[in-house]
Write a protein that binds this ligand. Structure first.
Ligand SMILES: Nc1nc2c(ncn2[C@@H]2O[C@H](COP(=O)(O)OP(=O)(O)OP(=O)(O)O)[C@@H](O)[C@H]2O)c(=O)[nH]1
Length: 521
């Protein structure tokens, strides 16, 4: 695939060995390691620019509408209407119940128009904050599950993932240092016993079941006794439809026998409008009511928005998310990540916080250093160092790239395994080299000739080769910034779209982008 930018053609292709060949794209930290004249690997500079672009916006669907707020001193009803419409579209696509979407929209509108932004906050930032807060309110906080002795009962429709979740949760608790046990009471589905036993073995946790019994209430009673030493007793029940009265009655009996501290409703992420009614029936059958929801199969295409109706109906919260068939494919619910998933974006909150923190720590918010200046004025080694420090503080590059919507997963798979290590090692070397340079050299690296190179090499304890690499990288970076100068957001967006869209010769980079692409749509 090729793309053209300011009279210069760059190409990106996937090589036979699975590595991305970014021929001609100036790389910031990684010079050609093969001596083949090709630059390998995606560039840190590109990640940096993608980061700032993402931070600058919430996602492609909201981009245009939010841009309308730039420079405005007041927000009009029309502005809010446009933003709300975009959010509605994403949430409805993610199966969120219409009435919940409506309620969220009303809240955003009312707050954005009636509440006064705190002094110094731009209308655009204020609206973003309201949108985020209301989304957090919609999905709720995570169900409280203190790490202490407790009994948990799982209920839900057939095939929703209860047995799998029981083993996953047991694994999760065991990793937190507790001793869990799984009690299988499903006498309804042939094979449920074997499946539960196998999964418990995989999770390396205690298991109780009675393969020949047809009395789930008795199994529950026996199981609680047999696993009394366990800290967390997880009782799996048979799947049932809310309209099957006899099965609902059976659940009531198990519930009265177990008297669980927590009853969790397990829901398939693909559940749609039926979630509300089902949740209501389960809530009624359980004495203390449903107090948490587990959403499973989030590794599929469904985003799990339908489950929010169940959460709302039972006045509960989300406890866990399941995203895969193995016992380790479980995570505690966390609002910001789930919101990003619903809206089809990367984890923007985490990314935003990381970048803000990094900026603060490196003084990037100081008046005398603004990353934007790099795009306009002269680019010195000091600028390069600031950028390196910022990137370092954001955490490992691969994690940062994973958080950037559209740049995660697929891209990382295509990089050589050690690409990021090499990059970070080199960044550390560069920092040491820069410590041995004078102010004059940092401000104007062109003055560094052979004799200065020898001096810096001695002072830093690094080979002369490393100093030349640093100067070379600086030069390439400077050239690239010149390319970016005068380039509007639209050009940048088009470039990213092309890179993510794949196609064209050489196999493209089809693994990138996907659902989380904020530049496409
Ligand atoms: N991809 C994926 N599959 C899952 C997940 N959770 C469960 N499954 C699969 O979904 C199917 C049903 O899961 P079970 O755990 O047997 O569901 P259940 O609710 O216990 O089923 P019943 O006992 O019949 O009610 C199995 O094939 C699981 O492997 C998940 O998070 N992701």
């Amino acid at each position: 695939m090729c793309f053209r930018l300011q009279d210069r053609e760059w190409s990106v292709a996937r090589l036979d060995d699975g590595v991305v060949d970014c021929s001609g794209i100036p790389t910031l930290w990684e010079p050609d390691r093969n001596g083949s004249g090709r630059q390998k690997g995606f560039t840190a500079a590109t990640a940096y620019h993608a980061t700032t672009m993402v931070l600058d916006d919430l996602g492609s669907s909201l981009r245009g509408t939010l841009d309308n707020l730039r420079g405005k001193s007041r927000i009009s009803e029309e502005d809010i209407q446009d933003i709300v419409k975009e959010i509605q579209r994403s949430l409805l696509q993610a199966d969120v119940d219409v009435s919940l979407v409506q309620e969220l929209s009303d809240n955003i509108k009312t707050r954005a128009l009636e509440e006064e932004p705190p002094g110094g906050t731009s209308p655009r930032d204020w609206v973003l904050r309201i949108v985020y807060e209301e989304l957090v309110d919609l999905v709720g906080e995570s169900t409280e599950l203190p790490l202490e002795e407790q009994t948990i009962m799982l209920a839900g429709l057939q095939g929703s993932g209860k047995t799998t979740t029981a083993a996953k949760m047991a694994w999760w608790f065991s990793k937190k240092g507790l001793r869990p046990a799984v009690i299988q009471t499903d006498t309804f589905r042939p094979g449920a016993y074997d499946q539960a036993k196998q999964m418990a073995e995989r999770a390396e946790v205690e298991f109780y079941g009675e393969p020949d019994s047809d009395d789930p209430v008795q199994i529950a009673r026996d199981g609680l006794e047999a696993t009394a030493d366990a800290d967390v007793q997880i009782v799996d029940t048979a799947g049932r439809h809310a309209l099957e009265d006899d099965l609902i009655e059976e659940l009531e009996q198990i519930d009265r026998t177990v008297e669980p501290d927590h009853s969790l409703l397990v829901l398939d992420a693909a559940i749609g409008q039926g979630a509300k009614d089902q949740a209501q029936k389960f809530d009624e059958a359980i004495a203390e009511g449903v107090d948490g929801v587990v959403i499973t199969k989030l590794d599929g295409t469904a985003k799990g928005g339908g489950a929010l109706a169940a959460v709302n109906e039972t006045d509960s919260t989300i406890a866990f998310l399941g995203a895969g068939e193995t016992v380790k494919d479980i995570e505690r619910f966390e609002p910001s990540g789930f919101i990003s998933r619903l809206l089809g974006m990367g984890d923007l909150k985490q990314l935003t916080e990381r970048v803000e923190r990094a900026m603060e720590e490196t003084g990037a918010e100081d008046e005398d250093w603004d990353p934007e200046d790099m795009l306009e004025g002269q680019f010195t080694l000091k600028d390069m160092r600031k950028q390196m420090e910022t990137m370092n503080k954001m955490g490992p590059l691969d994690q940062v790239m994973d958080m950037i919507p559209g740049l995660g997963g697929g891209l990382m798979d295509q990089l050589p395994d050690d690409a990021m290590d090499v990059t970070q090692e080199r960044m550390r070397d560069f920092e040491v080299v820069m410590d041995s340079m004078t102010e004059e050299e940092l401000e104007n690296p062109r003055v560094v000739g052979q004799s200065r190179t020898e001096r810096i090499a001695k002072g830093s304890g690094k080979p002369e080769e490393r100093i030349r690499e640093l100067l070379q990288q600086h030069k390439q970076m400077e050239q690239m910034l010149k390319q970016f100068q005068g380039m509007g957001d639209g050009d940048m967006e088009r470039m990213m779209q092309q890179m993510q869209g794949g196609g064209g010769g050489g196999g493209g980079m089809g693994g990138m982008g996907g659902g989380g692409n904020p530049f496409g749509d």
